[in-house]
Design a binder for this molecule. Structure first.
Ligand SMILES: [Zn+2]
Length: 236
């Protein structure tokens, strides 16, 4: 693994898990100290994360962790509503037996409500499940775009530490998608995937919660970020 790849993986993980707060400003020297690296690989890793929309590079001001905003969350949900059902339908037609086995595996994690580590594991499995379904569509672009989308979405889900009531509901929805893919029923897979995204959007609008980062230091960031008290809690 090259030095810049090592930093990229570590920094990406810190951003995705919200270890580094959305909107936080990071100087090059801070990054060098944090990841025990020199400037060149730090810059390379940061450029790559900028391409993935996880980091913003502002000339003469430094690096900013991309803020989380309701506008972005809504945009991601809308894209998911386009991509996921199409991917599930294609996967029902084209998935190999091995891919179906992987999809089934990723769908089988039930998290323990209120346990942070368990919820975080569920988030990773949820992301892997959706990426694996997209990969099974046999369309490389579909897989690539889903991976990008899921990586951006998971940051919103990480913000929620104690999830109380949705575990079984989420797993049931995943199982329904997997059953349709396994039964080679594209229309059913499309419908179940559509329902899953729509219900995610509903769950998000039903619950309330916390602040989602400080975007004020970042030029051109959305003005419709959530307030400290009246935000919404996204669930996958
Ligand atoms: Zn899901």
């Amino acid at each position: 693994m090259t030095e810049s790849l090592r930093i990229y993986v570590a920094l990406r993980n810190d951003i995705i898990s919200c270890e580094l707060k959305p909107g936080a400003s990071l100087s090059e020297s801070e990054l060098c100290a944090r990841y025990k690296a020199s400037r060149t690989p730090i810059r390379e890793a940061c450029r790559r994360l900028q391409e993935e929309a996880l980091l913003q590079i502002v000339p003469f001001r430094g690096y900013f962790v991309a803020p989380l905003t309701f506008d972005e969350f809504r945009n991601l949900n809308e894209m998911q509503l386009v991509l996921d059902p199409a991917a599930a339908a294609m996967a029902a037609e084209r998935a190999t037996e091995e891919q179906i086995a992987n999809i089934e595996r990723w769908a089988n994690y039930v998290y323990h409500a209120g346990q942070k580590a368990s919820y975080e594991t569920f988030l990773e499995w949820n992301r892997n499940l959706h990426i694996e379904i997209a990969a099974a569509s046999g369309n490389e672009l579909m897989a690539e775009m889903t991976s990008h989308l899921q990586t951006r979405l998971i940051r919103y889900f990480y913000l929620v530490i104690s999830m109380s009531s949705y575990g079984k509901e989420l797993v049931d929805e995943h199982h329904a998608i997997v059953r349709a893919i396994k039964a080679r029923k594209p229309e059913q897979a499309r419908d179940r995937a559509t329902e899953h995204v729509i219900r995610t959007i509903e769950r998000t609008s039903r619950v309330t919660i916390p602040s989602v980062g400080q975007a004020r230091d970042v030029p051109n960031s959305s003005t419709s970020r959530p307030s400290a008290s009246g935000g919404r809690r996204p669930t996958p």
